[in-house]
Write a protein that binds this ligand. Structure first.
Ligand SMILES: [Fe+2]
Length: 384
């Protein structure tokens, strides 16, 4: 048995991998253990979340220099901050005795450790070490906060814990044929944010987001009448790309009727749902976007954050309290908690089912092939 085989055997049986990798009409799903095992979860943190580009927020979350928020990526606590000239990602751990510096969101000129008041500039440089006289061979420049790579794409802030990872641009450049720039994601700003702690494995939620099969059942009264399951086209001429996409309906918006109520420069633009692996889901339509991040918080839990974003000039009016814009934006956002709750109920029921000793791998239909593509990618990254 060589080393690779040993690792595979530890993560998932070779039989499970073989069944998953059959041609699509014969492929089996991941077995339930992939969604419950602490060991497999740790492998996913190590080989996916510590090596891939992970979306942690949007640029409009950090409007002014000094604005910051904290994020957890693979158990690593990070500060995402706007310095005078750029957005940075810093380790949220003091270089003195490892105390976490800040939590939540805020605005500051310095990060001051709550334990011994050591302070750091917005670029991570150590600035002050109170009452530290007499320590020998100590130079402040050797004790700056560790920095983490960060990149911006279409208004999304990504970080990568792997210093050797290839740039994000290479990751998304082959999505150019989808012409996502038409949706103007870089020119959008968040008006509403909804977050849910869901009792299911992160992969189960990603798979749910990327298969339209459940729409006709779980969202029978909500999404299905507006964007029916049979109207979606899964783009299947992809094999190695770290993303999937399905294309839906022209001229559709998040309004209660599906008809746009904001100005639409490209009225026939089709709605798309894309998964940039591992855990960013883009839901883009004719006049707004609803991006979703599915953050693993344990083998059987995840935190799902979904936003409503509209064009910058409209978002500014929203913040100013313009009654007409507020009313439309609120009506767009009102559908989100409804269909999210439907998905939360379904994925938590599935998670409970994974614990049955009688549960096993199932089979994919033609409306779940993007979930299959995602599952294969995860196994290639983390289990082999
Ligand atoms: Fe759903």
């Amino acid at each position: 048995m060589n080393a690779t085989t040993q690792v595979r055997a530890a993560a998932l049986s070779s039989e499970a991998l073989r069944e998953l990798n059959r041609p699509a009409p014969e492929a089996a799903t991941l077995p339930p253990t992939a969604y419950t095992s602490a060991e497999i979860y740790e492998r996913e943190l190590e080989f996916i979340f510590r090596r891939e580009w992970i979306c942690v927020g949007r640029v409009e979350d950090l409007r002014k220099p000094g604005d910051y928020f904290t994020a957890q990526v693979a158990n690593e606590s990070l500060i995402i901050v706007r310095d005078s000239d750029q957005i940075r990602a810093l380790s949220n751990v003091c270089r003195h005795r490892s105390c976490e510096l800040v939590s939540g969101t805020g605005h500051t000129r310095f990060f001051v450790c709550p334990y011994h008041a050591r302070s750091y500039a917005l670029n991570g440089e150590l600035k002050a070490t109170p009452n530290f006289d007499g320590v020998k061979n100590f130079s402040k420049k050797d004790y700056s906060l560790h920095t983490v790579r960060t990149e911006i794409w279409d208004g999304f802030i990504f970080v990568n814990l792997d210093r050797d990872a290839s740039p994000l641009a290479a990751r998304v450049s082959d999505m150019s044929r989808l012409e996502l720039e038409k949706y103007g994601q870089a020119d959008m700003e968040t008006t509403h944010t909804f977050a849910y702690d869901v009792k299911c494995n992160w992969k189960a939620y990603v798979e749910n987001a990327m298969e339209e099969y459940h729409n006709a059942v779980v969202h029978k009264k909500t999404l299905e009448p507006i964007m029916p399951m049979l109207g979606w086209e899964e783009l299947r001429d992809i094999s190695d790309q770290p993303w999937t996409v399905m294309v839906g309906f022209p001229g559709l918006s998040w309004s209660p009727t599906g008809k746009p109520m904001f100005p639409t420069p490209l009225p026939d633009l089709k709605m798309v749902i894309a998964n940039i692996f591992p855990n960013l889901i883009l839901l883009c339509n004719v006049d707004s976007i609803a991006p979703m991040v599915i953050e693993p918080t344990g083998p059987e839990t995840c935190r799902v954050t979904i936003r409503m974003c509209i064009r910058k000039e409209l978002a500014a009016k929203f913040r100013e309290g313009d009654a007409a814009v507020v009313e439309v934006a609120n009506s767009y956002a009102s559908s989100i908690p409804v269909f999210m709750e439907e998905d939360n109920v379904a994925t938590e029921a599935q998670q409970r089912g994974f614990h049955s000793r009688l549960a096993g791998a199932g089979r994919y239909c033609q409306h779940e092939l993007l979930a299959l593509r995602f599952a294969k990618w995860v196994t290639q990254k983390a289990y082999v």
